[in-house]
Design a protein around this ligand. Sequence first.
Ligand code: HEM
Length: 444
Amino acid sequence: MSRSLPAPPDAGLLNAVRFGSDTFRFLEGVQARFEDGTAIPVPGRPPLVVLTNPELIEAALDRREDFPRVDAQGPAAMIAEQGLVQSEGELWEQQRSAMAPAFAGEQVAAYANTTARRADRLAETWAAGPRELNLHRAMTAMTIRVASEILLGEDIGQERADQFHEWMAVAGREFEFDVEVAMPEWVPTPTSEEFETAAEGIRGLSEEMIDRRRAALADGGEASSDMLTLLLQAAKNPEVDMPDEQIRDEVATFLIAGHETTALSLTYTLSLLSWNPEARRRVREEAREVLGDGPPEHDDLADLKYTKRAYREALRLYPPAWAVFRQADGDQPLGDYVIEDGSAIITPQWSVHRDDRHFDDPETFDPDRWARRDPNAVDAYFPFSTGPHACIGRGFALSGATLVLARLVRDFDVDVPENALDDLRITPTLRPVDGVDATVRPAE
Ligand code: HEM
């Protein structure tokens, strides 16, 4: 007979509060204690469910209609309520199928080559001499320019890239995770003026880019298969209902989703490599062998095996998307359990990726584990999520980031203090609170 998931022993609001105040310690405790998951009672509401068993996680994330997304709320809704990262149901289906071609085939190579060019330019600046910098800011400025160029057909330039980093830092403070945020009936608190300015900035930039693209297409501009062109073409179809706000939300969504997680993952990988000199030496050796003295390109990827493993391993230890959130629509069977209607559901990459039932020596940065295991066959490893909403940009991120790492590590020692990632802000993504200070020197 089906039953509820067990509750923690001193169940109740106390647990929910602990979850909100020391999220990772709480999740790691739950992960160690419960094989399948736990349902934390919350007074007056359906429970908060944390799933710990990768099989159940996969099963839940596969069933989009039974376990849909929590509606976009508060600050997220202010930036891009109807974008693909937030949407569900028919709207999501229409958006995902309109955009899928922009993320497949030749577009992956184009993205990888655009990223490689941008990394090459950054490396040329760094080559001028040793410097101290905020690594997170440098990675954001690079990836936002790639995202705008390849997805929206226009490089936004360095100044606006820096501005975007500031907007994202403000949004990060506003999005700070709180247990309430995961709840379907969450009531938004007023947002700060600073955040409203940042949200307006992101929306304004998105509108500008759409206007320019529309004008270029009307002037008979080159047909292209970037995401914005596909979207504008789809909107012209009389059978598709795609109002302007939706296009704007989509552009804002892609400006954010297309760069933020990649910038974070590069920051975390370079930090881990700085603390693991042998791994860094091996990435450098491989990069020198494969790239020679030249810039990296898509065709090099097949030979950058160790570099890609190092990247995958960083995504395990520091998954930029630290958890995925869903809710139960109706009482839903899941494995041997029933998940109560309206339950908030959390599937936490952070703690599943660090569970010693699934990974030997889970706290160790060991890129070679991905030589022994196929990452696509390990259901406890899901940095890009799984099921129908799984990341549409996965191929972009894996190929682009591998080339960036090869290019930068080949020529530079990027050194990061040991405690740089001790204080991470838990927003929908995992962000360094005050950036990541790094020293960059030409490598021997
Ligand atoms: C290291 C880099 C990245 C990570 C860790 C990451 C992670 C994720 C995760 C976990 C999801 C699932 C969210 C959910 O199930 O609710 C997701 C979805 C998504 N990602 Fe990524 N992502 C990355 C890079 C990218 C890039 C480069 C793009 C765009 C170019 C992108 C665009 C999206 C979009 C549009 C969705 C929503 C897909 C849908 O619901 O159909 N992501 N990503």
